[in-house]
Design a protein. Structure first.
Length: 426
C-alpha cells in the first residue's frame, strides 16, 4: 500500500507531515512518487489565510474522481471538520492537529472525525520521515495563549503545550546521528516554551541543544516580541551555534492597529528590541511579518507602517493581505473591512519598498566570504543552492561537487533583493 501527502502552510505543518509519513512507513506503507500511484492521500491543511484553505479544498475536490482513500488533517480540519465530512463523502477521516498521530486508527472502518484540544503525542515526532537529513525541524511545543485578534491558531492548535525537554534533546541527538547539522526549533511563539513546565524556559532549552556535539547551527521560529527579553537575547548571543538571524513578527507599524490586534507592544518597544539585538549580535539579519489591510486600517495607519518599515530596514518581510478567520475577534469587525483593491494597492506599495531595502542590504555581501550550508543542487544549471548563517539564499558554482549538508565558503559576486550569487572559494 502506498501513500502520498500534500502539505499546505507553515514549517510546523511540514514537520507534522514528516511525522505522519514516519508513522505510515514504520507500519509497512510505502511513499508513492505521485498521487496517481497512491492508495491513500493525506492532505495537511492550513487555516491562517483563506487562500490556503481554498487550495486545500481544490485538492480534496479533485481527488474524488481518482477514487483514493483521503484523510484530511491540520488546522482547517479543526475549524471545518464537520463541513468537510458532509461535503466530501470520499474523505475517510478528518484529524485535528492534536490527533494527527492517530492516522493508523482511522484508515479502516467507519468514517471518523477527531478534533479538539487534546494532549499531543510528541513522541511520534522522533520517528519522522525527514526529507532533508542535514537540516531538520523539531517541534518543541504546540498552541498559543496570546489570542491576537486576527489569528485562528489558538482555535485550531489550542493552548500552549510544552514538550518534555528530554524528549526534544533525544530527538535532536537522533537527528544529528542521522546527519543533521542544522536544527530549527518550532513553536507558534517559541519563547513561550516552558511556561507550563517547572524549571525550564526557551533559552535554557536552546543552551542544552547547543551543547549537543554535532549541532552546527540552531534556528528558531518565531519568538513573540512582547515576551522576548533582553536577557534572552544576551544569552542567545553567547551561543555560537545560534544563527544570526532573528525573525520577529511585527504585523503593523502603527500603534493603534497593534493595539486592535492585541499584540501587546508598541512600535517604540519593538524598535528598541530590534536595536538591542543589532547591538548584541554581530552582523545579524532580521526578518518580520506584516499584515496589510487589517480592519479599520486608514491611510494614516498605513503610512505609519510604511514609514516604520523604511526606518527599521528589515532584511526580509513576509507580507499578507488581511484575511478574516471565522471565530476571531477581527472577523467580527466586518463593517470596517478595508476594500480589497485598497489593501492590494497598499500591499504592492510595501512590497516595492521592501524590495529596494533588501536589495540595498544585500549589496553589503558583495565581495565577502560566506559560510553556506548546501541544501540542494539545481540539476538544470549545475549550480548549488544553500543558505548563509543570516538565512540568505545563495546560488553558486563550484569546481568540485558538493552535497547537501556540507558547509562551503562562497565568495559573493552579485546580490539581488532575495538571492546572493557567487562561487565556491575552494
Amino acid at each position: 500500500m502506498k501513500y502520498y501527502i500534500f502539505t499546505y502552510g507553515c514549517q510546523m505543518n511540514k514537520n507534522d507531515s514528516e511525522m505522519v509519513s514516519g508513522i505510515l512507513k514504520s507500519s509497512g506503507w510505502e511513499e508513492a512518487r505521485n498521487v496517481v500511484d497512491s492508495d491513500l492521500v493525506v492532505i495537511n491543511t492550513c487555516s491562517v489565510r483563506l487562500h490556503a484553505e481554498e487550495r486545500a479544498i481544490g485538492t480534496i475536490s479533485a481527488l474524488k474522481k481518482l477514487g483514493k482513500k483521503v484523510v484530511v488533517m491540520g488546522c482547517m480540519s479543526e475549524v471545518r471538520g464537520n463541513e468537510l465530512m458532509s461535503r466530501f463523502p470520499h474523505v475517510q477521516a478528518v484529524l485535528g492537529p492534536s490527533y494527527e498521530a492517530h492516522i493508523l486508527e482511522v484508515l479502516n472502518g467507519e468514517r471518523r472525525i477527531l478534533v479538539g484540544d487534546e494532549r499531543v503525542d510528541f513522541e511520534k515526532y522522533s520517528s519522522a520521515n525527514r526529507k532533508e537529513k542535514h537540516s531538520v525541524y523539531v517541534s518543541i511545543m504546540k498552541g498559543c495563549d496570546d489570542f491576537c485578534t486576527y489569528c485562528i491558531v489558538p482555535f485550531t492548535r489550542g493552548r500552549v503545550q510544552s514538550r518534555d525537554p528530554e524528549s526534544i534533546l533525544e530527538e535532536v541527538r537522533m537527528c544529528v546521528d542521522n546527519g543533521a547539522v542544522e536544527i530549527t526549533l518550532l513553536g507558534q511563539n517559541v519563547n513561550d516554551y516552558g511556561k507550563d513546565l517547572s524549571g525550564w524556559d526557551f533559552v535554557s532549552l536552546v543552551e542544552r541543544v547547543a551543547a549537543i556535539d554535532g549541532v552546527r547551527r540552531i534556528r528558531f521560529m518565531s519568538p513573540h516580541p512582547a515576551n522576548f527579553k533582553k536577557d534572552d537575547i544576551t544569552r542567545l548571543a553567547n551561543l555560537p551555534q545560534v544563527a544570526p538571524y532573528y525573525h520577529l513578527p511585527l504585523q503593523s507599524g502603527d500603534d493603534e492597529i497593534l493595539r486592535r490586534m492585541n499584540r501587546k507592544y508598541t512600535t517604540g518597544e519593538f524598535a528598541e528590541l530590534v536595536g538591542f539585538i543589532r547591538e548584541s549580535v554581530p552582523n545579524v539579519a532580521i526578518g518580520t511579518d506584516l499584515i496589510v489591510g487589517f480592519p479599520g486600517e486608514s491611510d494614516e495607519h498605513f503610512q505609519n507602517t510604511f514609514k516604520f518599515l523604511e526606518k527599521m530596514q528589515f532584511d526580509v518581510v513576509y507580507m499578507a493581505i488581511y484575511s478574516p478567520r471565522p471565530g476571531t475577534a477581527a472577523a467580527r469587525q466586518e463593517a470596517s473591512f478595508v476594500p480589497a483593491e485598497v489593501a492590494k494597492a497598499r500591499y504592492d506599495e510595501l512590497l516595492r519598498l521592501q524590495e529596494k531595502i533588501s536589495y540595498s542590504i544585500n549589496q553589503r555581501y558583495v565581495g565577502t566570504l560566506q559560510e553556506v550550508l548546501i541544501d540542494r543542487e539545481d540539476k538544470t544549471t549545475g549550480k548549488f543552492i544553500g543558505r548563509t548563517p543570516t538565512n540568505k539564499t545563495v546560488v553558486f558554482t563550484s569546481i568540485r561537487h558538493v552535497s547537501p549538508g556540507e558547509f562551503v565558503d562562497v565568495r559573493i559576486n552579485e546580490a539581488k533583493s532575495w538571492v546572493l550569487y557567487g562561487e565556491a572559494a575552494d
